[in-house]
Write a protein that binds this ligand. Structure first.
Ligand SMILES: C[S@@+](CC[C@H](N)C(=O)[O-])C[C@H]1O[C@@H](n2cnc3c(N)ncnc32)[C@H](O)[C@@H]1O
Length: 466
């Protein structure tokens, strides 16, 4: 095999970083120092050859190889690395037959013809050349920049007008489809008045139950600037976040009732709401579920720095969380994920606090169920709305509820707002049908968030104190 060129220092440093990762994963088996990513790959493949398959080692190898962005000029290194990557592929748990790939690479190494796996490098070079060429043409008076800008402005105006026209047509079409919404208005207002409004913190300024923020760990303050802190620079925004958390605390208090319960936050993000709640409810255990690895990694830093001992992060989708729990919260969890969280709470007979986000992609789920002719569709959520609204009308409703035209009386936003209320009423009604004591309302002060609807469900049988 061709000898490997020395790699640049920063790449060696990167390798050490990767090595550190590998060592943490396999502290007992891999303890040597690797000097280059290449060595890491060699060691990885050797290790995999003689030991039982280890996904940690395999993943570290993949990670190492994915971080290798060698320039085309380092063709010898590239050849070696590609060869080693191919070796590594042989151990893929999916078991792709890499032999063809290896043969191709060996041939490429022999003939010196190598495809650059990092096409973006080529694209960058191409863009740079195009830019240089354009600058030369401008300098030579071959391009009139002002004229170009005028043309762009006109094109933009035409595009905006077209999109507004398109939007108006879409709105008219959707509105005509949901005429049944008007006939449901009386039912909706009856429902709204039938549900109690959750007691919230209101304008907490003079409320004795207001959170004493000086006792909340500094890294959990919405405005904390240190790494892992809330990072909200605008004081008004930070204040709004505090109001949200304070209202949630009051509501959670009414559900927890001083007991030591297991609380799960679905779609916790980096814990801006639930980490503070965890510090305010030290006798409860909190599990923070999020599908984004970056959120979980920030969460881990914040948990360690804040010293909280009652929080466990969980990387995964809402439905991946299978352990029993007593209270579920979902704050601004996107679209149908809010319904999945509620479903999980109902399955656990757990109380819940939902502050739904946008309606999101619910229409996709609804459409797929219509297409599949599902016998017991997930939507509408309640048998009440199922009996009132054909599935196809509900589909229009979910689309309208996510559509905004900037507001105003008689505008589409008004219809959108009504549709959104109906979707939330349907959720509340489902809770009631499941035996829950339901409350619906708005976060206080309402200005603390645009998405300020809150749905609270008290479990039919209060969980025993743990
Ligand atoms: C708008 S953020 C809300 C963060 C947090 N609840 C708060 O109040 O600050 C929504 C979060 O939900 C997560 N998420 C969305 N869909 C999810 C799903 N199906 N399962 C788990 N997490 C999800 C996203 O990764 C994101 O972090």
């Amino acid at each position: 095999m061709t000898s490997v060129q020395p790699l640049e220092d920063d790449r060696d440093l990167l390798c050490k970083e990767i090595l550190a990762l590998t060592c943490t994963l396999q502290a007992d088996t891999i303890t040597e120092n690797f000097d280059t990513p290449k060595n890491l790959l060699i060691k990885t493949t050797k290790y995999l050859t003689v030991h039982p398959f280890s996904s940690e080692v395999y993943n570290a190898g993949l990670y190492a190889s994915s971080r290798l962005h060698l320039p085309e000029s380092a063709s010898h290194s590239l050849a070696n690395i590609q060869y080693l990557q191919a070796q590594l592929l042989r151990f893929s748990p999916e078991g792709p037959d890499a032999s063809g790939y290896i043969a191709k690479l060996e041939e490429a190494v022999k003939t010196g013809v190598l495809a650059n796996p990092h096409a973006t490098t080529k694209r960058k070079v191409q863009l740079k050349r195009e830019k240089e060429l354009r600058e030369m043409k401008i300098a030579a008076g071959m391009i009139d920049v002002e004229q170009e800008e005028r043309v762009e402005r006109v094109a933009m105006e035409v595009k905006e007008e077209r999109s507004a026209h398109h939007k108006r047509r879409k709105v008219r079409k959707l509105q005509s489809k949901i005429s049944s919404l008007t006939s449901l208005e009386a039912d909706v207002s009856n429902l709204i008045s039938a549900y109690a409004t959750p007691q919230l913190c209101g304008d907490c300024t003079n409320d004795p139950s207001r959170v004493d923020w000086s006792k909340v760990p500094s890294i959990l303050q919405p405005s904390a600037e240190e790494e892992g802190g809330g990072g909200i620079k605008d004081p008004e925004r930070a204040e709004r976040k505090k109001s949200q958390v304070e209202s949630l605390r009051v509501v959670l208090d009414s559900v927890v009732l001083g007991r030591s319960l297991n609380v799960v936050d679905f779609g916790s993000g980096s814990g801006n709401s639930s980490l503070v709640l965890a510090s305010l409810f030290p006798s409860c255990n909190f599990t923070l579920v999020d599908s984004k690895p970056s959120c979980i990694s920030i969460l881990k830093t914040r948990i360690a720095t804040s010293g909280l001992t009652n929080v466990t992060p969980f990387l995964g989708d809402v439905m991946d969380y299978k352990n029993p729990f007593d209270v579920g919260i979902a704050i601004h969890l996107c679209g149908e994920a809010t319904d999945l969280a509620m479903k999980s709470c109902i399955a656990n007979r757990a109380s819940f606090v939902l502050v739904p986000c946008c309606v999101g992609k619910i229409h996709k789920v609804v459409q797929s169920q219509i297409d599949a002719n599902v016998e017991t569709p997930d939507y509408p959520r309640s048998s009440w709305l199922k009996s009132k609204l054909p599935m196809t009308d509900y589909l229009s409703l979910t689309r309208v509820a996510d559509f905004s035209d900037g507001g105003g009386e008689g505008s589409h936003s008004e219809v959108a707002e009504k549709s959104k209320v109906l979707i939330d009423m349907d959720r509340a009604r489902r809770g009631e049908e499941e035996g829950y004591k339901m409350q619906v309302g708005k976060l206080e002060p309402r200005t603390c968030s645009v998405k300020n609807d809150i749905i609270v469900g008290q479990a039919p049988l209060a969980p025993e104190t743990k």
